[in-house]
Write a protein of this length. Sequence first.
Length: 529
Amino acid sequence: MPPGDFLSHRSRRNFKRAQQALEAGKFEELKQFALSCVSDAPQIEDGWFMLAEAYANLGLNQEGIILVNDGLERFPDKYHLKVQRCKFLMGLGRRQECLQQVQELLSLGEPDIWSINVLAKILDMLDEVSLARPLYQRACELNPDNPKNWIGLAVCERHCGEFEQAIEHLRRALKIKPDHAHALWILSSLRKATPSDNSIEQMQSALSAGHKSPLEQAYLGYGLGKEFEDCEMWDDAFAAVKTAGEARRISRPYDHRKNQDLVESVISSYDKAELDKPAVGSDSNEPIFIVGMPRSGTTLVERILGSHSDVFAAGELRQLALAVQQMTDGGGGSVLDADQIKRSTQLDFHQLGETYIASTRPRTGDSPRFTDKLPINYLYQGIIARALPNAKIIHLRRNPLDTCWSNFKVFFGDLFEYSYDLADTAAYYVLYDRLLHHWREVMPDRFVEVEYESLIENPEAETRRLLQYCELPWQDQCLDFHRSKATVTTASSVQVRQPIYKSSLQRWKYFEAGLQPAKEIFDAAGIDY
């Protein structure tokens, strides 16, 4: 609490309410009160910090970067504001700039425990696990009684494939707080539950105890869904996932009309006439884009190609959309909107392609080729074709109901809001399917389709087809992708460290009754399953 001798009663009240909102995680309220704090008492550092926290948690990255830059003009040595600037740079997809500033902050000496945790999380998101891990280890040393520190370390270890260590540290967190929802959810993802070895009762007890936020309810519900499914308790699994999605929907609404408008804009903007124009983009042949619906096998293909000595697996890059946003003076969201898509046809596509390639450095460049495995780049296949005509595009497809169930049951954090409701998930798939048909019509020779089921049933034949399409020579290690030590930060981080398995095929049949609403939507749209 700032000194109050020179503050009005109203200002002191706003600071107090802002602090209470911050502690309660009520970020809309925090934004309201912190705005008043900065306006009424701009000389108080706390107001700037709290408003930045509100913006960060509400995803207002553009507003946030402006705020902290203004704040740093007033408080140039405010370390926490510099840390918050890194959070906003990450949110805006300015990864290279973000990494540079994180490294600059770490070079100043050991940060305080709050900064250590924030910077470690950012480094983990940047796939810089070798830098993030020692920070989490230091946090555990400084404050071993805080379960969040052990959870952060466990997440790092999960990304590295060190599952036993991750489980050990999650159990350390749960020893401190047995009903910690986030820890229980992560633990459920790290091992296959059995009727004799599971956390079902522990998660049920945590839920029944009450006083859990919607986010905590979601963590526990998705964790229960995973463990019930492992134990082949199909109806219980579906019910748990449905309840989890309902809890998450409270704070993450979904606007289907917005996605409809986006797909309409893509189809009208990147028609055959636009895509038949002479190639004017970058000459680079480095990128291999791996696209499709989430949970359709994109991570598996990335691991296969990334095992090749000529390919660097760069993960899920957001630089393409960011480059378009920068060149169209658009906002900083994670997905382009309908207006940005429309305006993108007027861009200098050569500049766009070169800007994209440059933005992937320094992570890429040491290998002749690199993969960009952001699934939703399927929306931008037309942009890729114009800006990077020599790039390869691999489009993954999976059984519609398997895709639908796999999206519905997985907690994506702040991404893919459609996935919290089954009908919304099916409706989103219909939009996706419509756009895939459009790409087949207007650019059939510019991408290759790979069926997830064919890849699982015939891995060598499909891998040979992939390498041939990418103009890469055969290497046996591509079939041993599960032995790779490279980090994996997606929802498939556990599965892709195993040899190919067939239990994921036709998984939807175990949940056929619950998936009836999705089947009806697919039937109406003429989508076979």
